[in-house]
Design a protein around this ligand. Structure first.
Ligand code: TRP
Ligand code: SF4
Length: 399
């Protein structure tokens, strides 16, 4: 079985903000201590939508790496690299494109959604249609088993699984695979062997998912069967052979939809963010301007935290005691909104202070940042090359 390996990427499209920090980076920082992790800057993916502003890419790439490091992603624990510096991603993308049905790409929901959302841009490009397949290459090239992503990315991971399955189906046959699978069925005995065949037919010919589940359970139960035979029976069941590419699972970040300054989700496109590099004075100014429960026109008007976006920041940033103070103070009009906002201002500034200090350190040492990335690229390339050798071998282009 494959080792657990985590891969995730981020597009360098602007300054990172608290939404990235709470939704993604904190999760990365935790994961890097638990599993082998590779984190990369998806600069080619940024070009799929920002092909008309190439001048922003480079600065964004370095700013992003600096923010990751400042947020606690540790190059001694995780491999940090840049997609375009590992050209094997593009090589796998090209080879996978040979077997990817056009309809699969057209049906990925983000394709039409994003075209509509970014209607000012012409996104009827080949690169944009291929976005999910490039992402598949990013993931499959590392044989990664887990991909931490946001909800919006789930269809891309599912798409990746389909691509991997199709690849294994087309190219994963070991020599004499079918005969060896038949041998293994005989070892099940006549009754169970018959049941296996029936379930396999039900799954392959009628798409009966329940039959697949039952057949897998049947295989797992066979204690006398060797591991190799079990794998053959599993592969034969699904119509595939050996697994060359690994089907990854997605791993949703622990739910934390960071609220923005206007009460919508924090996002650059809503212009409601606090960036990781935000000056403390600016943090204070921005939070002071936040809307509150509209019922609190005067300080003597009672309010309801549930109707106030500031409360949602307290949910992330305040302890029990402060939250009780807010709830009572708001409902009884004992505190003013400016007063109520202060602990949030303080907590955010406190959280960002060490991050900003580390960021300054890295901004002052561009060579250090470059060497971290160079080392990461080197490590990533080693794994990528190994996978490409296997892929090229079975696709007949390893000569
Ligand atoms: N599409 C992802 C996003 O917009 C970024 C990304 C590119 C990615 N390649 C990836 C994420 C591979 C995880 C794994 O967030
Ligand atoms: Fe919001 Fe606090 Fe004002 Fe209540 S007191 S409306 S929770 S800012």
């Amino acid at each position: 079985m494959a080792i657990d390996r985590v891969v995730s990427g981020m597009r360098p499209t602007g300054m990172l903000h608290l939404g990235h920090y709470n939704g993604v980076l904190k999760n990365w920082v935790t994961l890097q201590h638990e599993l082998e992790c590779l984190f990369f800057v998806a600069d080619w993916h940024a070009l799929t939508t920002h092909y008309d502003s190439p001048e922003i890419i480079e600065n964004n790439v370095w700013d992003m790496v600096i923010d990751w490091l400042a947020a606690g992603v540790d190059p001694a624990q995780a491999t940090i690299f840049i997609q375009s510096k590992v050209p094997e991603h593009a090589e796998l993308f090209t080879l996978l494109s040979m077997i990817t049905p056009l309809g699969w790409l057209e049906r990925v929901p983000t394709y039409k959604d994003q075209q509509e959302k970014l209607s000012s841009k012409d996104l009827s490009t080949y690169g944009f249609l291929g976005y999910p397949l490039l992402q598949s290459a990013d993931i499959l090239i590392y044989k990664s088993t887990q991909v931490p992503v946001g909800e919006d990315q789930v269809p891309h991971i599912e798409f990746t699984r389909e691509v991997a399955r199709r690849f294994n189906h087309l190219y994963g046959k070991e020599v004499g695979f079918e005969e060896r699978a038949e041998e293994a069925i005989k070892k099940l005995g006549s009754k169970k062997g018959q049941l296996y065949r029936e379930l396999r037919t039900a799954y392959q010919e009628e798409g009966d998912d329940q039959a697949l589940v039952s057949a897998k359970a049947l295989i797992e139960e066979q204690q006398s069967l060797s591991l190799g035979d079990k794998e053959r029976l599993l592969g034969f069941l699904e119509g595939g052979g050996k697994m060359i590419l690994i089907e990854p699972e997605y791993k949703l970040a622990p739910a934390s939809k960071m609220i923005g300054l206007d009460g919508q989700k924090m996002s650059k496109s809503y212009n409601n963010t606090i960036s990781l590099r935000e000056h403390p004075d600016e943090i204070e100014k921005k939070i002071r301007k936040m809307p509150t429960d509209p019922a609190r026109i005067r300080r003597s008007d009672p309010g309801d935290p549930k109707k106030c976006p500031v409360w949602q920041l307290h949910e992330v940033y305040s302890d029990k005691k402060i939250k009780e103070w807010v709830e009572n103070g708001c409902k009884n009009a004992d505190i003013g909104c400016i007063e109520c906002k202060q602990p949030v201002v303080d907590s955010i500034s406190k959280e960002l202070k060490p991050i900003q200090e580390r960021a300054l350190h890295y901004i002052d040492s561009p060579d250090l940042v470059k060497s971290v990335v160079a080392e990461g690229c080197e490590k990533a390339r080693k794994i990528a090359r190994d996978t490409m050798r296997d892929v090229k071998e079975v696709m007949g282009v390893n000569f």
